[in-house]
Design a protein around this ligand. Structure first.
Ligand code: CO
Ligand code: CO
Ligand code: CO
Length: 344
């Protein structure tokens, strides 16, 4: 659906590229008083995708929220992408989403039909996920914002944190990179229609099938690759796990059209923030600046990054490819070395 006012023109930065830098948040929260609750298995201090709260031996709540300004002009697609992105954090913990709440901010000039299409996109994805939208909250504001707060469940004995990778694990990434670069260039009409359709399909795709494959294997650790880019999220996994991640850049899947655009300097602001945050933990060796830029590129509704035993990895990858055809081995986990991440 095309609308009078271009949705992305109402937004100052697009999708997960609007995310506040990881370092900024951590330092702002320092020194606050909080209760200690042993049932909170994963909390804010873990920088994981979602929090996990134990209910009984075999059941834990998984809660998360994600929302952002329009990343595309089609309101239905925007709704789908924002919902898929929010649901993804539950999948990244190995959980299943059950309930969702709409989070919506609307500028006065947004037409009713546009808002309806946006919400229809969100409902469409939540339905596909097998979950229910149970309510929400809407306010007026200068820029449109949409997303969800999501509640799901996971067996706490089988939950997947981003801090449990082990030396000897293989790393798999399930969706190609370059979304931030391509959506930034799309604002200047520099991305051909077929490429746009491809990245739109990718962003709207749930990580549900990927999660279903993942929980059938002995995966040690998982996170979804979103606003902090592959290297930002890899750094969290490396530090949380106390290991070094070695990434073979030649094997990292990315949209080939993003290369030339990144080379020309079409980088979202988030790519620079991600570099500032993660760079000191990354040994880049002889890897080109353009490749590095793609590795720092913020993804919206990106794929999952999995760490699992080498012996399981080939089987898992074969099954993953039915759901995520571009899933690939991108490296391995080693004992902690001088740097958290080594690019080769
Ligand atoms: Co996440
Ligand atoms: Co998130
Ligand atoms: Co996780």
């Amino acid at each position: 659906m095309e609308t009078g006012v271009k949705l992305t023109k109402l937004a100052s930065c697009a999708g997960c590229g609007a995310k506040v830098g990881a370092g900024t948040l951590a330092s702002m929260l320092e020194g606050f008083r909080t209760h200690k609750d042993p049932r909170l298995l994963v909390g804010y201090d873990k920088s994981d995708d979602a929090c996990v709260y134990q209910l009984d031996e075999s059941t834990a709540l998984v809660q998360t929220t994600d929302f952002f300004p329009p990343i595309v002009d089609d309101p239905f697609l925007y709704g789908q992408i924002a919902a898929a992105n929010a649901l993804s954090d539950v999948y990244a913990m190995g959980g299943e989403p059950r309930l969702a709440l709409n989070i919506l901010c609307l500028p006065e000039q947004m037409e009713e039909d546009t808002v309806r299409e946006l919400l229809r996109g969100g409902y469409d994805k939540v339905y596909e996920a097998g979950a229910v939208i149970a309510g929400g909250h809407t306010i007026h504001g200068a820029e449109p914002i949409y997303g969800l707060a999501v509640t799901g469940f996971v067996d706490p004995r089988r939950m997947l944190t981003n801090s449990a990778a082990r030396p000897g694990d293989a790393l798999i990434l399930t969706k190609p990179l370059g979304i931030g670069v391509l959506t930034t260039a799309a604002k200047a009409d520099l991305v051909p229609e077929p490429v746009l359709r491809r990245i739109h399909r990718q962003m709207a795709a749930l990580n549900r099938a990927t999660r279903d494959v993942m929980v059938r294997h002995d995966v040690h650790s998982c996170t979804d690759v979103t606003g902090f880019g592959l290297l930002g999220h890899s750094l969290e996994m490396a530090q949380g796990s106390g290991c070094t991640l070695r990434i073979r850049t030649a094997d990292v899947p990315f949209h080939p059209e993003a290369w030339e655009l990144a080379d020309m300097g079409f980088l979202p602001a988030g790519a620079y923030r991600n570099r500032d945050y993660a760079e000191c933990g990354v040994e880049a060796g002889a890897v080109s600046r353009t490749m590095q830029d793609l590795l720092y590129d913020p993804q919206t509704s990106g794929g999952l990054l999995l760490a699992l035993p080498m012996e399981e990895a080939a089987d898992c990858l074969r099954e993953l490819r039915a759901a995520a055809p571009e899933a690939a081995f991108i490296g391995c986990v080693t004992e902690r070395g001088e740097n958290w991440i080594v690019l080769e």
